[in-house]
Design a protein around this ligand. Structure first.
Ligand code: FUB
Length: 305
């Protein structure tokens, strides 16, 4: 592994180990994070892990919640899990085989998840590479799926959460877009954020746009999150964003090169505050300082979600 000569005692990740591509949500009174298991060459892991917390500081590891080899059509490279809740079920959208997207279903947010039986997006269905799904649930209960590397795609999911109309897919290329599109909403404002550069580069970073709807049109606003060389924090990207329910407190989850000697295959998770400024735009995130502690108001007892 490479060394990070700038490391100056930055505090460790609250989730020990190599993980990446965190998807954060608040589910049944707990923070829920689904993540890629990292630490193998070329991101060769086959399974996703789930973690829950009531405060972002102390986490319960629920182990592997889905292995893509359980899907008859997939064989490995389990990347970038995304989560949604609907129809009394829990849905895990995932990348497999470096360029397909599938969806698995569970009765509990921490699984076990069962594959739906076929890829939701197969190689060649749309421009670019079919990786990095994300789901945005609008306030009216309509779910949108986003994905893509090189080209971003967005579409309204059908009520079954397992399909969409291909003719409805909107495709575009945000500024310097690489991958990991994410949409959140505050009031009537929509925000699209995405990762720029390569996850193996110390300059991997997050940019964002604002929009009037879940599928745009989008107006580029600039950098949201980038490395902090002073603290030795590098390659900050593939993020997700959630609010503490009933508040205007926002959290951004992302990965970075693990400290002190990580790289693009040895990444770790981190959480920071996300602030919407008085003008409604996002303030650039400053990574990272002391570990973030943001208790949920009505956290469920430890051990259950
Ligand atoms: O974790 C594997 C890949 O690395 C993801 O699909 C990309 O977004 C990048 O984080």
């Amino acid at each position: 592994m490479g060394s990070q000569s700038g490391w100056r005692g930055e505090t460790p990740s609250p989730i020990a180990g190599y993980f990446a591509d965190p998807n954060i949500d608040v589910v049944d009174g707990r923070y829920l994070v689904l993540a890629t298991t990292d630490g193998s060459p070329e991101w060769g892991s086959t399974a996703f892990r789930a973690f829950t917390s009531s405060d972002l500081r102390t986490w319960q590891d629920h182990g592997e919640v889905f292995d893509v080899r359980f899907a008859a059509w997939a064989s490995g490279h389990a990347w970038a899990p995304a989560y949604a809740q609907a129809n009394g079920k829990h849905y895990l959208y995932f990348t497999a085989d470096r360029g397909s997207i599938g969806v698995a279903v569970a009765d509990e947010p921490t699984g076990p998840y069962i594959d739906s039986g076929r890829p939701l997006v197969a190689p060649g269905d749309f421009d670019g590479v079919a990786i990095d799904p994300a789901v945005f649930m609008d306030t009216d209960g309509t779910a949108y799926l986003y994905w893509g590397n090189g080209t971003a795609h967005g579409v309204r999911l059908a009520p079954d959460m397992l399909s969409f109309a291909p003719a409805d897919v909107v495709s575009w290329v945000p500024e310097n877009f690489r991958e990991a599109a994410w949409v959140h909403r505050r009031g009537t404002d929509y925000f699209l954020s995405w990762s720029v550069d390569d996850t193996r580069s110390e300059d991997y970073q997050v940019h964002y746009s604002t929009g009037a709807g879940p599928l745009g049109p989008w107006h580029y606003q600039g950098v949201l999150l980038r490395k902090n060389v002073e603290r030795g924090i590098l390659a900050t990207g593939h993020h997700s964003i959630t609010a503490v329910p009933g508040t205007d407190h926002w959290v951004i989850a992302y990965h970075r090169f693990a400290l002190p000697e990580g790289n693009g295959y040895h990444r770790e998770l981190r959480f920071d505050r996300l602030h919407h400024g008085p003008d409604g735009l996002l303030e650039q995130v400053v990574p990272s300082g002391p570990p973030l502690c943001l208790p949920l108001p009505d956290a469920a007892p430890a051990g259950r979600v």
